[in-house]
Design a protein around this ligand. Structure first.
Ligand code: PLP
Length: 375
């Protein structure tokens, strides 16, 4: 099946005898055994639940992986990855990761001596040079957050060699636009809270792995900690996924138009969107089938940035992305407030930078709101 069809039909309830089209919410914490030493395949919901299992199968099919795992948030999924590291292991990341991931990795460095280096994702040679005997993995986001820098996934794989685990946070593009496992990644992670859920109503995290052994190690976390996604939230993500492809198409078209509109605006100094002519655009075209619907733009002053946030009417000033509603954020005070100032400044995350997640409203209304907010 092609991707749009997997979005619609990919969640299978293995236990379905009624013909129900929607995967039921199996709101059961425990499951009865048919006899001693026998199991229906379900014992206790911390370990497995049929609704969560249907979602896990669907995301694995969408990313083209061996197995999927669903967690109660994107951060719970990323935290589960820490299970793969030993004290003293070394991790390489691109330098403008999601702020929550930076915070988690810093805590992990303090607690268990994980060494983390941040490098420019556009320089694969730098990753090669930074390799150490203890380098266990590379963790990248592309496009990056919030600067929308593109990392060439194949080039990173080639630079670090086959032994280093390559992890890609695919939240921004989703499997509809980018399938990292096909480009050489071993593991894909998502904040399902964003595009996969798509309605700004559910927190979720997803992992897809290329082999079963890796999945087993990660399942140990959900089983031990209970960070798996609840049946109801699994249902909501399955429901959201039905329209993923069509939502991505519409919001991307709006993002391209908004990027071009902003680029022509006198109060906008710079627009960062991979769909605008640049080297990033070329790399995007080589590994992704779309540019996504996130963009960042720098305005002429802090006053303008704050005025835009105060004046938007239909567009909402809120964290998050990937939902039906167009959202604007101020990375400096929101997603990246925990990133040290010197690093933030060097990345270009300053008091004039705004980030926009294009939603599903009529494009004319979105552009009109941006125009009036910029004044
Ligand atoms: C939001 C986000 C996360 C964290 O996910 P939550 O669902 O909020 O826990 C991780 N990575 C990226 C790129 C994100 O946008």
């Amino acid at each position: 099946m092609k991707l749009a069809s997997i979005c619609v039909h990919g969640a299978k309830d293995k236990n379905n005898r009624t013909g129900a089209l929607a995967v039921p919410i199996y709101q059961s914490a425990t499951f009865a055994h048919p006899g001693v030493g026998r199991s229906t395949g379900y014992d206790y919901a911390r370990v497995q639940n049929p609704t969560r299992e249907a979602l896990e199968g669907q995301i694995a099919a969408l990313e083209g992986g061996a197995e999927g795992l669903a967690f109660c948030s994107g951060m719970a999924a990323i935290d589960a990855l820490m299970e793969l590291f030993e004290p003293g292991d070394h991790l390489l990341c691109n330098d403008d990761l999601y702020g929550g991931t930076v915070r988690l990795l810093a805590a992990q460095a303090r607690r268990s001596g994980l060494a983390v280096d941040y490098l420019d994702g556009r320089d694969p040679q730098a990753f090669q040079k930074a390799l150490r005997p203890k380098t266990k993995a590379v963790f990248i986001e592309t496009p990056s957050n919030p600067m929308m820098k593109i990392t060439d996934i194949r080039a990173i794989r080639a630079a670090v060699g086959p032994e280093v685990m390559l992890i890609v946070d695919n939240t921004f593009l989703t499997p509809c636009c980018q399938r990292p496992l096909e480009l050489g990644a071993d593991l894909v992670v998502h904040s399902g809270t964003k595009y996969l859920g798509g309605h700004n109503d559910t927190l979720a995290g997803l992992i897809v792995v290329s082999d079963h052994e890796l999945a087993e190690r990660l399942r140990f976390v959900t089983k031990t900690v209970g960070s798996g996604l609840s049946p109801f939230d699994s249902f909501l993500i399955i429901r959201g996924l039905k329209t993923l492809q069509i939502r991505m198409e519409k919001s991307q078209r709006s993002a391209q138009a908004a990027a071009e509109f902003l680029q022509g605006h006198p109060k906008v100094v710079k627009v960062r969107y991979p769909g605008l002519p640049s080297l990033d655009r070329e790399i995007s075209l080589s590994q992704a089938s779309g540019f996504g619907s996130m963009l960042a733009f720098e305005v002429d002053s802090e006053e303008t940035a704050k005025a835009v946030l105060e004046r938007v009417e239909m567009i909402l000033y809120a964290e998050s992305l990937g939902g039906a509603e167009t959202l604007i954020t101020y990375p400096l005070l929101q997603t990246h407030s925990d990133v040290p100032e010197a690093i933030r400044e060097s990345l270009g995350i300053n008091d004039r930078l705004l980030r926009l997640s294009l939603g599903l409203e009529d494009l004319d209304d979105i552009l009109a709101d941006l125009a009036q907010a910029l004044g």
